[in-house]
Design a protein around this ligand. Structure first.
Ligand code: THU
Length: 137
C-alpha cells in the first residue's frame, strides 16, 4: 500500500468524533479515478445513529461523483485487527469487487491486507438484481 493512502486514513482518524467508545477510526479510499477520499467515525448520543469511518469515506467518494473503490485502508487503535464491521463490508461491496484490497492498519502502520472476498465471501451485490428477468434497477 502506498503511504499516501495510509496518511489520509491517519489524518481522518485524528478527526474522529468518538466520545462514547473512545475508539477513533479512520478510513481512506483510493478510487479508480486515482483520487483519495477519507472519513472518520462519527458517534452520537443516540448510540445506534453513529457512523463508521468506512461509511464516511464512501459518502465522501460518492459526493465527489466517483463510484469505484480500487483499494481501501482502515486504521484504528489497540492490538487487534480493526477490520470493517459486517455492515461496512456490505457497504464497501456496493462499490468494490471480490479482489479489492482492504488494508488493515494500526498506529504503527500496515498489519494485514485482505481482499473483500476474504472479508465477505459469496457476497450479495448489485449484479444479483440484474439476474432477475424484468428487473430494471
Ligand atoms: N468503527 C469504525 O468506524 N470502523 C470499524 O472498522 C470498526 C468500528 C467505529 C464504530 C464506533 O464508533 C467505534 O468504532 C467503536 O465500535
Amino acid at each position: 500500500m502506498n503511504q499516501d493512502l495510509l496518511q489520509a486514513a491517519r489524518n481522518a482518524m485524528g478527526k474522529a468524533y468518538a466520545p462514547y467508545s473512545n475508539f477513533s477510526v479512520g478510513a481512506s479510499i483510493r478510487s479508480t479515478g486515482g483520487n483519495i477520499y477519507s472519513g472518520c467515525n462519527v458517534e452520537n448520543a443516540a448510540y445506534p445513529q453513529g457512523c463508521c469511518a468506512e461509511a464516511s469515506a464512501i459518502s465522501a467518494m460518492i459526493g465527489a461523483g466517483e463510484r469505484q473503490i480500487s483499494e481501501l485502508c482502515v486504521i484504528g487503535p489497540g492490538d487487534a485487527l480493526v477490520t470493517p464491521c459486517g455492515g461496512c463490508r456490505q457497504k464497501i461491496r456496493e462499490f468494490a469487487n471480490d479482489n479489492t484490497p482492504i488494508h488493515i492498519c494500526g498506529p504503527e502502520g500496515l498489519r494485514r491486507t485482505l481482499t473483500l472476498a476474504e472479508l465477505l465471501p459469496l457476497s450479495f451485490g448489485p449484479e444479483n438484481l440484474d439476474t432477475v428477468r424484468g428487473n430494471q434497477s
